[in-house]
Design a protein around this ligand. Structure first.
Ligand SMILES: [Fe+2]
Length: 296
């Protein structure tokens, strides 16, 4: 069965998304603590925390050089090169992407990581086969940027990286919706995984909120209709944007976040406009692991 999911203005997640990403609210930090760590101990501390929590949040005493940051990535797996021609101007040493807020809010998806607007919730590389999806994303903050004062006098909140635990989203879905999502995938030329699958006995999603764009899908779910599949997507989106599940990374110089892409959806709140001459700067690595590609 094939279909196309397009969100409706009245879908519950539309208002929830607006409230989560665009309200200028300061979200609570994720459950896992920020660990004070010497740059030299990163290579041992990062995999330990990732193993335990699917997340490592560190506060570094000094910022590692690009070379040492890349070494940290290499210790976790194979670095994925940044090949998109649109982002090459922001790439160092083939694998390190400099995320700098240099654009105003934009509808151009390839430029959104470099803009001050929001990024809808997603797992990284959801449109690619499992072997091409990163297992880990490592982000390090060089400059959080200085937000400009707000016209209404409230305290400006810089862009936050939002993290949503996949297990909690799965928990919130009905068994019927889970069954549908386990048998449904994007309809593309690539062998993409189903929206929901299992890795090491944990529920893992491969999914991006397409916003107002159409999502073409195909499904092997038995005994259901097209609108049942669309309803399962609606339920998934509402569970992702439910406010009680959201945690956020609040960036400061030296904050490091290593995120397991099989544990968390991520996204970004719209940042406060930056003071002239100030800009947010994060460095990003994407890492795949052999074990990840061999999963069932
Ligand atoms: Fe992302």
């Amino acid at each position: 069965m094939r279909g196309t999911f397009v969100e409706r203005d009245r879908d519950p997640h539309v208002a929830l998304r607006e409230a989560l990403l665009n309200s200028g609210r300061r979200l609570p930090p994720p459950r896992e603590p920020v660990v004070r760590v010497a740059a030299a101990d990163l290579v041992t501390e990062t995999p330990r925390q990732l193993q335990a929590h699917g997340l490592f949040l560190g506060a570094l005493d000094t910022l590692p050089e690009d070379e040492d940051f890349i070494l940290l990535g290499t210790s976790l797996g194979e670095l994925i090169p940044e090949t998109d021609p649109a982002v090459q101007v922001h790439v160092s040493r083939d694998v390190l992407l400099n995320l700098v807020s240099v654009h105003a809010e934009t509808d151009d998806v390839s430029l959104q990581p470099f803009a001050t607007g929001p990024l809808t919730l997603h797992s990284e590389g959801s449109g690619r086969p499992v072997a091409g999806q990163p297992r880990y994303i490592v982000l390090m903050c060089c400059d959080p940027g200085a937000p400009a004062a707000r016209a209404d006098g409230r305290e400006p909140v810089p862009g936050q990286t939002v993290l949503i635990p996949m297990a909690a989203v799965h928990e919130a879905l009905t068994p019927a919706h889970r069954d549908i999502l386990r048998a449904t995938r994007y309809r593309t030329g690539q062998a993409v995984p189903t929206v929901l699958r299992e890795v090491d006995g944990r529920p893992v999603f491969s999914f991006r909120d397409f916003g107002s764009s159409a999502l073409e899908w195909e499904s092997d779910a038995a005994g259901v209709t097209e609108s049942d599949v669309d309803d399962a997507f609606r339920a998934l989106l509402a569970a992702m944007y439910a406010p009680e599940r959201a945690g956020a990374v609040h960036w400061a110089r030296g904050t490091l976040a290593a995120i397991d892409n099989t544990y968390f959806f991520h996204g970004r709140t719209s940042g406060a406009t930056q003071q002239p001459g100030s800009r947010r700067h994060l460095k990003r690595l994407r890492i795949r692991t052999a074990r990840h590609t061999g999963e069932r």
